[in-house]
Design a protein around this ligand. Sequence first.
Ligand code: RTP
Ligand code: MG
Length: 171
Amino acid sequence: MNREPRYESQATNHEPQDMVERTLIIIKPDGIHRHLAGEIIGRFEKRGAKIVAAKFMQISEGLARQLYAVHQGKPFFEGLVKYLSSAPILVMVWEAEGVIDMARKMMGATFGYEAEPGTIRGDFSSSRGYNLIHGSDSPKSAEQEINLFFNPDEIINYKLADADWLSGRND
Ligand code: RTP
Ligand code: MG
C-alpha cells in the first residue's frame, strides 16, 4: 500500500473555478470578543462552502466607511463605522454555488432580536447593531467588497478533498 503523503501543490490560479460564486464574510468585533469565530466558521464549513481567503485585521475608520458606503448619511452610520473599526475582525472569502444568498440566509435578519433561531444572528445575537457577521448582499457588492480587502493573488484556488461529495453529478 502506498502510504506516501501527497505533498503536491494544488494552487494553479486565482480565478473562481467553474464560475462558482464568492462572497465576503466578516466576523465583526463582537464575534471575535465573544469567542464565536470558530462557531461561525464551522457553520460555513459544515454547509460545504470553501474558504479561499482570510485576514485577521483591525481596520481603519476609512476602510469601514468604504465597506458600508451605501449607508453613508443614515443615522446609524457613524456608530457602525466606530463599531467595525474598534477591535479586530476576521475577513474571509467563501466560495460555493449560490454562496451569496446562502450566507445571507445563514446569517439571518439584520437585527439579532428579529433573526430566526437557527441562523447565526438568531442563535447568538439579541442586539440591533452588534450582529456578529457581515455578508455581501449581491454579486456586485461581493466583487467590490472582495476587492476592497484582497488582492487577486491572496485568494487561493484549490479543490477540497471531498469536493465530489459536495455537489452531485446531476446538480
Ligand atoms: P451587513 O451589511 O453587516 O451584512 O448587515 P445587513 O446587510 O444585514 O444590514 P445593513 O442594512 O447592510 O446594515 C449594515 C450594518 O449596520 C448596522 N445597523 N445598525 N442601529 C441600526 O438601526 C442599524 N441598522 C443597521 C448593523 O451592524 C448592520 O449589520
Ligand atoms: Mg448589508
